[in-house]
Write a protein that binds this ligand. Structure first.
Ligand code: AMP
Ligand code: MG
Length: 397
């Protein structure tokens, strides 16, 4: 459902950005090779450029006729290696005409200009052929790719100090609840500070969105309506709290008065069961929204499962499936069956044996538990217990 909706979204832009200011945003153009990559047959080793046929029988003795450094001058790279000859070469230097392989310096001996080779080589060994990585004009990175360090490297390699990216989606965040107070205020004895707007803002920012935190809405229809209307001016509206079954859970009711189209109300997961997803056409343009449950861990889980794909699409990124992994249960545990569970857990152990253990928690309001975790254990609805040593699915952060 979320995936289908995400596929229908058209991102806005493009705009040009300085390369270093594009990190985390999404490419709105294909990055093409401005020349062949590599632009010359490149040696991947320090050693000697040879004709592989010359080192068929060992030890082979070759005459060294020169040296080629990385960034070689025309004079250096004009050398041709003939039968029985070799040229000393450095990593990143162009392999000269005539040679078809590079033998590592570690596998050679030297006496004056006579080089002894102690290892056979196949043609092409330790050489990346000109254009083997990309041909001039090839798409190196496709539109819709998020700009990370590796994409930044490609943009730099093709000489792009500025690249076209999609506009960063603006995400309004609206916390609701009579008990919820802003973090700059002193909470009364039965009030709590608004942590959800901040955890959501952090998740939005990490996903390449621009968070806009609205004032906390009272559990009261008029106040909620006013702030919802404000939030609908953004590209996406995230509401937390007020979507459960309580008498003052008014979010759905107020959204209905806005003639919202609801795509789903509720999911068979825990935490996060009351999550709602829909869209409103407040004036010109349509704004998607999520009503996320107020329990802090529910808010975090439902963001990762449902909001993230929509935010990716608004940012112009091609849809990415959630990445799950497998680990070994460290200590046995029991759970109530019926819903797919996402339980805060700590992944540790070794590369050969990744182990995962539930963090002790007091339920989906327990912020401290989730702050100690680094993944969720995913429990299918039919399972009631897991034994130590069993394989289990995890959802890393
Ligand atoms: P609700 O979904 O409104 O029924 O809230 C569920 C639980 O989450 C209640 O214990 C709320 O006090 C808590 N909660 C709701 N909103 C927030 C918030 N913005 N920050 C921290 N906790 C919240
Ligand atoms: Mg509430």
């Amino acid at each position: 459902m979320v995936e289908d909706y995400a596929a229908s979204i058209r991102p806005t832009g493009p705009e040009m950005r300085l390369l270093l200011e594009a990190a985390g945003l999404v490419l709105a153009e294909d990055l093409r090779a401005d020349r062949d990559f590599p632009p010359f047959p490149r040696s991947t080793r320090d050693g000697f450029a040879v004709r592989a046929a010359d080192v068929n029988s060992l030890p082979a003795c070759l005459k060294c006729i020169g040296e080629i450094r990385a960034g070689a001058s025309a004079e250096q790279s004009g050398i041709t290696v003939g039968a029985g000859e070799t040229v000393e070469i450095m990593t990143g230097a162009p392999v000269p005409a005539g040679a078809d392989a590079v033998v590592m310096v570690e596998h050679t001996g030297r006496d004056g200009d006579i080089i002894t080779v102690q290892r056979k080589l196949a043609a092409g060994e330790n050489v990346v052929a000109m254009g083997a990585e990309a041909r001039r004009g090839d798409v190196m990175i496709a539109r819709g790719t998020r700009v990370n360090h590796a994409v930044t490297a490609v943009a730099a390699a093709v000489g792009r100090a500025e690249i076209a990216i999609y506009r960063r989606p603006q995400v309004a965040i609206l916390a609701t609840g009579d008990e919820v107070v802003d973090i700059n205020l002193r909470p009364g004895p039965h009030e709590i500070r608004n942590s959800n707007s901040y955890s959501l803002a952090a998740q939005v920012r990490a996903a390449g969105g621009g968070p806009i935190i609205l004032p906390v809405a009272r559990d009261e229809a008029d106040d909620l309506a006013l702030l919802l209307r404000k939030g609908l001016e953004s590209d996406l509206l995230l509401i937390t709290g007020g979507v459960s079954m309580g008498r003052y859970d008014l979010v759905e009711q107020v959204l209905a008065s806005f003639e919202a189209r609801m795509f789903f109300t509720g999911a068979q997961i825990q935490p996060g069961r009351p999550v709602v997803f829909g869209e409103v056409t407040p004036g010109e343009g349509t704004t998607p929204f999520f009503g996320l449950p107020g329990n802090p861990v529910s808010t975090m889980v439902t963001f990762q499962l449902f909001v993230r794909p929509v935010l990716d699409a608004l940012a112009g990124a091609r849809p990415q499936p959630l990445l799950f992994a497998q680990a070994i249960v460290k200590s046995e545990f029991a759970i109530k069956p019926g819903l797919t569970r996402f339980l805060p857990a700590e992944l540790a152990g070794t590369r050969q044996r990744p182990e995962v253990e539930l963090v002790r928690w007091q339920g989906s309001g327990d912020l401290m538990a989730v702050a100690r975790a680094n993944c969720y254990i995913v429990v299918p609805p039919e399972r009631e217990r897991f034994a130590a040593g069993e394989a289990i699915t995890i959802l890393p952060w």
